[in-house]
Design a protein around this ligand. Structure first.
Ligand SMILES: [Zn+2]
Length: 330
């Protein structure tokens, strides 16, 4: 069932709406309600495709096996659809980041109204998953990010999500105005997924996350898939801030990564890429890893300025032996 959570009158008398699609059990009161949100940043598309996959899967389940679809799932695929339509990360015209406008304001400017409407609409959810896709510069392996303060409640859920990493980080005042913080603060568990890259799709990541979302829906008793039909998931690596190594550009130029380093285990001294100067035909920086670890973030956009983020490495845990590294490579 399609619904509008907010309709705004546009300057030229047209109307613009933020829409959701509600899938509800055909019989009885829903056991629980989950919501999947994406497109808060208009240039992030990975979540839209994930929602498509889950939406299609659940609609087919509800039709063919209605007895196992017992709850409610709400999809909000394109919250900032004006941004999406113009490939804008921000909310067009106002040029603000929608994920810095929460809790919003019914009387405020349009992005504030949008934030307010979304937050209100999610108030009785039992779980919210907010899917992001990095930005157009950086490619990310599937991960969930959460603030330490919410980890006791969120970690058990994140571990069922089939992501490769859960990054538990310290609190930051920047995050106070995000959707996730506003929901987690009021006791509505909200997972923030970061995966893939802005302006593109990485279908394999959406497939991977779909399996985790099915596990979560089962955990909430929204769907009642028999255990033998549930995907077998690998637990994510839990990482803390001090286990992440950042590579930043020391020169402005063109960043050219080595092939096949993304997602791989890197040894101390391995070269992950270089920054080149086309005019002089010289290398400005050859980036070698100072540590062993796995490259889970890599810059895809080649234009860099001094200080630009090039990559992130999750350090190899001290207690991890060579065999485990080899197995993970497989
Ligand atoms: Zn985002």
């Amino acid at each position: 069932m399609e619904q509008k959570i907010l309709t705004i009158r546009m300057p030229a008398q047209d109307q613009f709406s933020i829409r959701k699609n509600v899938l509800r059990a055909s019989h009885g009161k829903p056991t629980a309600r989950a919501a999947v949100v994406s497109g808060i940043h208009g240039d992030e598309l990975e979540g839209l495709y994930t929602i498509y996959l889950l939406n299609r899967y659940l609609q087919e389940m509800r039709e063919k096996r209605p007895e196992i679809f017992r709850g409610q799932v709400d999809f909000y695929p394109t919250v900032n659809s004006l941004g999406l339509g113009s490939l804008n990360r921000s909310w067009p015209f106002f040029n603000v980041d929608l994920n810095r406008q929460f809790p919003g304001n019914r009387e405020g400017h349009v992005p504030l109204q949008a934030a307010h409407a979304l937050l209100e609409d999610l108030q009785d959810a039992d779980l919210v998953v907010d899917i992001h896709a990095s930005n157009k510069f950086l490619l990310e392996m599937p991960q969930i990010r959460m603030q330490e303060v919410y980890a006791p409640k969120l970690l058990p859920l994140a571990e069922k999500s089939n992501v490769d990493f859960v990054w538990v980080h310290g609190s930051s005042s920047v995050l106070e105005t995000t959707l996730a913080t506003n929901l987690n603060e009021t006791g509505i568990p909200t997972l923030v997924v970061e995966m893939g890259i802005g302006q593109r799709l990485t279908p394999a990541y959406s497939d991977q996350l779909l399996q985790g979302l099915l596990r979560l829906l089962c955990h909430l008793e929204i769907i009642d898939l028999p255990e033998e039909e549930l995907p077998v998931l690998r637990p994510p690596r839990i990482i803390r801030d001090h286990e992440v190594w950042y590579f930043n550009a020391e020169a402005s130029g063109l960043f050219v990564p080595e092939p096949n380093v993304f997602g791989e285990w890197i040894r101390e001294g391995d070269v992950i890429g270089k920054i080149v100067d086309p005019l002089k035909g010289s290398d400005l920086q050859v980036i070698a890893s100072p540590r062993d670890g796995r490259l889970f973030t890599l810059r895809e956009h080649p234009v860099v300025y001094e200080g630009s983020l090039l990559a992130r490495l999750v350090l190899q845990p001290a207690d991890m032996d060579e065999g485990e590294v080899a197995r993970d490579d497989a």
